[in-house]
Design a protein around this ligand. Structure first.
Ligand SMILES: [Zn+2]
Ligand SMILES: [Zn+2]
Length: 244
């Protein structure tokens, strides 16, 4: 399977950048994890919306769902042109946030409600859902095609499910938004150091994402190096495709 980073920033983008959005492609299946700002314009470089099987939303914060409205318009446009397309399954937890209104109401989406422990089947992917720790209900996902296993943390701080999510994966895409010096137990994100520790413990590759634009990327890189994780852990790069 292949992972392409469409947007790596949070909670807002840098110039030319986007917020959380990731394209995961298997042999016959294409899925988006989160659709933050800039997601659709970035996706257009790699895939067509009519090829998407699913759009999985980790939680209701705008940096993860803000492009969903323009995806709706894009499907509406396809529908009006008479072009055949498959409806994507939009999987989310409806916490009543206005940011999810279009997820709940668009006629161009099929819907799945997320809950801890649920298993979703999308094409050749089996996806297990884990509730994570964030100020709003937020989920992480462990996905397998039977050959390789990949997990995405969504937004989270340290929690019991984090290690369960990461256990046995080949690659982990993780919220490592904070430098450790700015991290605290009551904050909404992990630090880069936490991601390094879990990658070293599990023995998997990890990609740190949800980068905060105010930091210099060199600061993340030196935190990775100080953990001795520079061979396992990488910083997300927009437009980069990783083979898992
Ligand atoms: Zn976020
Ligand atoms: Zn969030």
């Amino acid at each position: 399977m292949k992972l392409t980073i469409l947007g790596k920033y949070g909670p807002f983008p840098k110039a030319e950048g986007g917020t959380s959005s990731y394209l995961l492609e298997g042999e016959n299946t294409k899925i988006l994890f989160d659709v933050g700002t800039g997601s659709l314009s970035s996706l257009e470089k790699y895939a067509k919306v009519e090829e998407l099987d699913g759009i999985i939303l980790s939680h209701s914060h705008y940096d993860h769902v803000s492009d969903l409205g323009v995806y709706h318009y894009r499907y509406e446009n396809l529908s009006r042109s008479g072009k055949a397309f498959k409806k994507p399954v939009v999987a989310f937890y409806n916490d009543g946030s206005p940011s999810l209104y279009i997820a709940e109401t668009s006629p161009y989406f099929d819907r799945e409600q997320l809950e801890d422990g649920k298993k979703l089947l999308l094409g050749e992917f089996e996806i297990e859902v884990f509730e994570m720790k964030h100020p709003v209900k937020s989920f992480g996902f462990k996905l397998t095609d039977g050959k390789k296993t990949f997990a995405y943390t969504g937004d989270t701080n340290v929690c019991v499910n984090l290690e369960k999510l990461a256990f046995g994966v080949d690659a982990l895409l993780a919220d490592g938004a904070f430098l450790y010096k700015d991290w605290a137990e009551n904050k909404p994100h992990l630090s880069a150091k936490h991601v390094c520790e879990i990658a070293l413990k599990i023995g998997c590759k990890a990609i740190i994402s949800h980068l905060i634009p105010n930091y210099n990327e060199e600061e993340y890189l030196s935190e990775i190096k100080s953990c001795g994780a520079e061979n396992n852990v990488f910083l997300a790069a927009e437009g980069k495709t990783y083979t898992i």
